[in-house]
Design a protein. Structure first.
Length: 76
């Protein structure tokens, strides 16, 4: 299924295109950076929109890292 076009809600000028985002998540004094998360990115201002499934996967990844005792983690 191809994602539908979406007008950026921040700038109102650009349409979003498939791309990736970097999420920075903080939990219990720890920082987890998840790179290359699938997202829709505004062609005008660069605002990133991560869908629910990708966000849930990134959060799960971060929770596992925190439970593992990591202080700062960078994942892809």
């Amino acid at each position: 299924m191809t994602p539908q076009r979406m007008r950026c809600m921040i700038c109102g000028q650009g349409d979003t295109q498939p791309g990736t985002a970097t999420l920075v998540l903080e939990r219990e004094g720890r920082t987890v950076i998840v790179k290359h998360v699938p997202a829709r990115v505004c062609e005008n201002c660069g605002e990133e929109y991560v869908d629910e499934a990708a966000a849930a996967a990134a959060l799960d990844n971060a929770e596992r890292a925190v439970r593992g005792g990591a202080g700062v983690v960078i994942r892809e």
